[in-house]
Design a binder for this molecule. Structure first.
Ligand SMILES: [Zn+2]
Length: 191
């Protein structure tokens, strides 16, 4: 990982890593792709390098991100998928050119269309969201237990009992909060 981008939370699932570019949604939200260049950076570290990005393309990306978030949250809580979110995901999925290619090492890489445009990259992310929303992959959508986060994540643990979107951030913070609460209780402080 390049040290120049410490702010991205990159998970193993492309679609939910993308929704994680807006974190602390229920607290003080942190926008991790505030500029077109930051989206370019995020796409590069996510295996979807593009040539450039305009403000309008960043808007498209954010619209897709929020639609995936809305649909994933509905799926996690077993609600009906919001029709407008499904529409946006489908629109982005069909309006890009990307092809899966196999490397000599046996890994999948995404080859974007000849213009390597943001639309091509978004179509890969949309298709990834579709595969998890359609239940085609081994795992289950769930919501992070941190009250200020509640990010949707894809739980691939064997028992399907993962609680946090990320152990390093939300998990540790909750643990620390519990530890501090216990310390206060044990010291008899009236805080
Ligand atoms: Zn979280």
């Amino acid at each position: 990982m390049r040290a120049a981008f410490p702010d991205f939370r990159l998970g193993k699932v492309l679609a939910t890593s993308f929704t994680g570019t807006l974190s602390e949604r229920r607290g003080d939200p942190v926008e991790r792709i505030p500029t077109p260049q930051r989206l370019v950076d995020w796409l590069a570290v996510s295996g979807l390098a593009v040539d450039s990005c305009t403000t309008a393309q960043l808007e498209l990306a954010r619209e897709l991100r929020e639609s995936i978030h809305a649909a994933a949250t509905a799926a996690a809580t077993q609600d009906a998928l919001p029709a407008s979110a499904v529409q946006v995901i489908n629109d982005r999925s069909v309006q890009g050119r990307a092809a899966a290619v196999l490397t000599p090492e046996g890994e999948r890489r995404w080859q974007l269309g000849s213009a390597s445009s943001v639309e091509d990259a978004l179509s890969v992310i949309a298709a990834d969201a579709i595969s998890i929303l359609a239940g085609e992959r081994d795992g289950k959508l769930a919501l992070c237990a941190s009250p200020t986060c509640q990010a949707a994540f894809f739980d691939t643990s064997q028992s399907r009992t993962r609680k946090w979107c990320e152990m390093n951030t939300c998990g540790n913070r909750q643990k620390k909060a519990r530890f501090n609460a216990n310390q206060r209780k044990n010291s008899g402080s009236a805080e």
